[in-house]
Ligand binder design. Sequence first.
Ligand code: FEO
Length: 172
Amino acid sequence: MVSKELESAINKQINAEFWSAYLYLSMSAHFAHEGLPGFANWFNVQFREEQDHALKQMNYLNSKGNRVELTPIEKVDTKWDSVLHAFEETLKHEKIVTSLINNLISVARRENDFATENMLQWFVNEQVEEEETAQGMIDSLKLIGNNGFGLYTMDKELAQRSYVPLTGEQAS
Ligand code: FEO
């Protein structure tokens, strides 16, 4: 079992992952409405990945004999001025998630809970990727600027992204 303090902290993280999923689902709906199906697809894949993050942490708590406690998910925004704005919000949010994961690891280390630290290490690597991807999108969108054809081309590219579920050890 993990300690009560860690159990509570991981449950809070599960809520944060579902909030992330909710945020990206809202972005997906917004861009579908704006006639940008590729961006809508990209955020829909992101939504599904965030659900996997929450499920991975739920599976971990269950595997340790702890309790999962699902709590209400806070409201998210429903509109963004531009795709650049949405990706800037994405990067800002992912940086917050990175700090939450780092704080969780600090608690696990203080308690010498190496199994939990090991589980969280997957998220450390994932966050590096998440921040890098969001920054890459911001860089591309700044290059594109107000060029409608550039945005159209990027939308076509992002339509190709497909969801890859976590399997085996990755999922647990
Ligand atoms: Fe699960 Fe994008 O943090």
